[in-house]
Design a protein around this ligand. Sequence first.
Ligand code: PMV
Length: 350
Amino acid sequence: MTFFEATCTAPVNIAVVKYWGKRDTTLILPTNSSLSVTLSQDQLHSKTTIRASADFEAQGGDRLWLNGIEESIQSNKRLVACLRETRAQRKAMEQADPALPKIHSWAVHICSENNFPTAAGLASSASGYACLVYTLAKLYQLPLNASDLSMVARQGSGSACRSLFGGFVAWEMGTRDDGLDSRAVQIAPETHWPDLQALICVVSDAKKGTSSTEGMQHTVKTSPLLQHRIKEVVPQRMKDMIAAIHAKDFPRFAELTMQDSNQFHAVCLDTYPPIFYMNDISRAIIRIITEYNRTGIKAAYTYDAGPNAVIYAPKENMPEIYALLNHYFPGAVFDDQLGLRNDPRAVAAN
Ligand code: PMV
């Protein structure tokens, strides 16, 4: 059997200025710019292997296995979009260089797995789609320009575009209708702020009730607060966050991160009927961190579309923060499977 194959891993990113709302649901164009920190691949990552073969057509065409279970590709429009885009680029290369094997028309088998809970608000779609697009680009030997690939990954899952880079990454919302200026750019590399770390608190690894896709559209349709956030808050917050990152000003970075998480969840609560992503444990962690910060900001919490907390803090504070959270939630908060209880699981932020 003749085949071509590529395997890649991709990291998770956790936003400190959240993306929430689409102005175009097909191209996945956001209603605001966003900014995230890419976490180390050592702890959390997606891993994808893709094989293309002329023989696969007779074996059911394109097929996908997610965490070992086969899923339908055809019903997944976003995955189909990523395949279509990368195949079109490969086809153009083959037309320009007839010596290249014509693999763009071969069916593919895609195997992808996460080493952490899928769809529990731990950005699994971000690492998953970033990994899919990067692996397709390697398979098809496309030019690996991360910003260009981010425009393809964006069409899989918006936040995935930011996982194409390490370090501190902005997704510039752009203004064009065709999305050609809606792409990720690196604000600072992973080496910029090695002292900053992230602690993941797995409050629950259950699949979330309202998907981010559903939640966003419900918010765009029903929340007046979202309009205020988009127009009056995020543009200035992006500038302030970039300045705080460049200056490695942790108290400012932390304050902006917590304010943005609060506003994102306030916007969800502002929908009708309301959406809740945090639970009682999530809110208790907010109170603990707020109390811990009373004498000076030493940690920042942030929550995505789920109950799990991500705590950003300077490395030297991590053992204390871990001990504090473990004191209040002995055994309950941290997921054994991830080994989060055994040591100060400070997932390096770069
Ligand atoms: O990329 P999606 O559709 O899973 O949306 C992610 C949205 C948040 O995680 C809540 C925020 C963000 O910017 O990552």
